[in-house]
Structure formats: structure tokens, C-alpha cells
Design a protein around this ligand. Sequence first.
Ligand SMILES: Cc1cc2nc3c(=O)[nH]c(=O)nc-3n(C[C@H](O)[C@H](O)[C@H](O)COP(=O)(O)OP(=O)(O)OC[C@H]3O[C@@H](n4cnc5c(N)ncnc54)[C@H](O)[C@@H]3O)c2cc1C
Length: 212
Amino acid sequence: MEAIPGLAEALPLTHIEALELGQVPEHLLVVGGGYIGVELSQAMRRFGSKVTVIDRNGRLMSKEDPDVCDALHSLLADEGIDILLNARIKRVSGKSGDTVGVVVEQNGIEKVLNGSHVLVATGRHPNTEGLGLELTGVELTERGYIKVNERPADHRAGVWAIGEVAGSPQFTHISIDDFRVVHANLTGRNRATRAGKSHIVCLPTPNLLVSA
Ligand SMILES: Cc1cc2nc3c(=O)[nH]c(=O)nc-3n(C[C@H](O)[C@H](O)[C@H](O)COP(=O)(O)OP(=O)(O)OC[C@H]3O[C@@H](n4cnc5c(N)ncnc54)[C@H](O)[C@@H]3O)c2cc1C
């Protein structure tokens, strides 16, 4: 996602701070209508916040089937959540927790949304910087995920990367399944996450498990 002027200075909430808030936001502006944005929007709305969700796509949770997205949209709108789609955020001002303004452009028209808090829910990044992974020979992709091998049978077992840090789809059950694959390989079986692909990094270091 491109940098949004003023967003970092506004000290936005992420899902981590949102789950630790000691107050119900008066008006929460949510940047991102994916799973986490939708989930936290609904929760905060039910706690009593006014909530506005802003997404650059034409549908909420746009990776789902269109009928699912539409049903979800109706459900959230019925609960009183304002939803702005096809909206590009131009800049942010103020501080989350005090007053915050978000300027969006939607269908060529600029609008200013004012709220008390802003929550960013635009995706998660792997926490692989500053760990010294380069000293171990572990390679990263351009987006910072650990590079994984494709054919485990061809490589020695050593460092294993599972779950989100290995670029797997971001679901609990996927990470658990990655664990099962690693466990199977550590105990003498030869399994992959799917045909021809496994989350195994080949290194001589014995049995270092990386999941961050
Ligand atoms: C708000 C929210 C709601 C979600 N809801 C769902 C859902 O309903 N269903 C679903 O399937 N998925 C859901 N997910 C996604 C799911 O939580 C993740 O896909 C899953 O937790 C990934 O597991 P993981 O083990 O790969 O990473 P994580 O669960 O992120 O675990 C990584 C661990 O590594 C630790 N760590 C990071 N850096 C370091 C370091 N340098 N040193 C030591 N430890 C470190 C972290 O503290 C963390 O405990 C949700 C995610 C969020 C944020």
C-alpha cells in the first residue's frame, strides 16, 4: 500500500491496540474493509461506536464471492456502519484518540471524514527485519517473507518456516497445517503443504523453527 500522508503521524490503531483499548471510540474510522477491518468494525459498532469503513476496492472482503460480499455489506449497513467503497485516502490529519480527519476521494469527489480514532487494517507484514536472519543464510522475498523450498525430498531438513512468515495464506488453520507438515517431515514422513510446495528452508542448522 502506498504511504498515506499524515497517517503515521496520526498514530493510528492497529488490531493490536484496538483490542487493548480502554474506551469505546466515539467515532472509529477504519482504513481497510478486509477480514480484520470488518470484524473490528462490527465489534466496535456493537460496543456503541459510530463506525465508518473506507476501502479502495468496490466490495468489502473483496476476495470472497460477490454474493457473500454483498450480503456482508447489507448486514453491516443494517447495523449502522457507514461504508465507503472505491475510496482513495488522500491524507490524514490530527491524532487518533483525540480528533482525526481523513480526506478521501470517491468517484472524483473529495470528502472529509472526521472521527475520534483511526484504525489501520490493510494487511500484516512479516516481522523478519533485525533478527539477523541474513547471518543464518535464510533468504527473504521482496516483501520480507522467508523463502521456502518447493521439493522437501531434495533437501536436508534444517530451518523450517511455517505460517504467515513463510508467506502462507493468513489463516489460523493454514499455520496449523504448516505445523503438521513440518512435524510429519521431522518424524520421518514426507509431506508438503500442497503438491510440489513445502515450507521448508534448507540449512545445516538443526531443527530451528521460525514462525513470526
Ligand atoms: C484481528 C485478527 C483476527 C483474525 N481472525 C481470524 C479468524 O477468524 N480465522 C482465521 O483463520 N484467522 C484469523 N486471523 C489470522 C490468524 O490469526 C493468523 O493467520 C495466524 O495467527 C497466523 O499464525 P502464525 O503462527 O503464522 O503467526 P502468529 O499467530 O502471528 O504468531 C507469530 C508469533 O511470533 C511472535 N513473534 C514475532 N516476532 C518475534 C520475534 N522476533 N521473537 C519472538 N517471537 C516473535 C509473535 O508475538 C506471535 O506470538 C486473524 C488475525 C487477526 C490479526
